[in-house]
Write a protein that binds this ligand. Sequence first.
Ligand SMILES: Cc1cc2nc3c(=O)[nH]c(=O)nc-3n(C[C@H](O)[C@H](O)[C@H](O)COP(=O)(O)O)c2cc1C
Length: 177
Amino acid sequence: MRILGMDAYKAVIEKRDKRQFEDRPISEEVLLKILQATRMAGSGKNRQTGRIVVVESQEGRDSVAGSGDFGDWIKEAAVALVFAIHSDGGLRPDFDIGRMAQNAMIIANAEGLSSCPMTVYRQQELRDALSIPDEYDVPMVVGIGFPAVISDSKPPRSHPRIPIEDMVYRETWQDKT
Ligand SMILES: Cc1cc2nc3c(=O)[nH]c(=O)nc-3n(C[C@H](O)[C@H](O)[C@H](O)COP(=O)(O)O)c2cc1C
């Protein structure tokens, strides 16, 4: 299966979280594809209480970065997608938001863009900065932008995954020791 010119498997498997970006905006057309992908994520009981604040201004991204502890790189991203979910509405809110965010990052990858999630540590600060109603939780942000050209002397950090046989059990959980 192919999505947007890139093999779907490749778009997923080769996705790495990258935090260094070129100073270049994302076209409205590509941004809309990314947002459409988040919109189509299924939600528990189809409640659809996830919302996104698209933050492109420097001032806005500075505020977003300030609400995390490991998010200074958001200041350099072209856009920050702030995921909000109604505190009463989601059946499994983290799962709902996770599906939305991963859809966004996979389509961004297929479009040649880099992205990374950022955890929000000070949700009230972020709600205040972006006028988000108090009844919405804002646990996660995704920063997206064109990948920076990295010199060979400073390759980006990527984290190995555990082997598939250490992660997957078939039929029942077996003792692997
Ligand atoms: C729930 C969650 C929260 C994360 N929070 C942050 C964060 O606050 N700042 C950050 O730079 N990366 C954050 N990350 C990115 C992880 O560090 C990254 O997914 C992991 O190290 C794998 O990186 P890789 O895909 O480049 O190998 C988060 C990822 C997840 C899934």
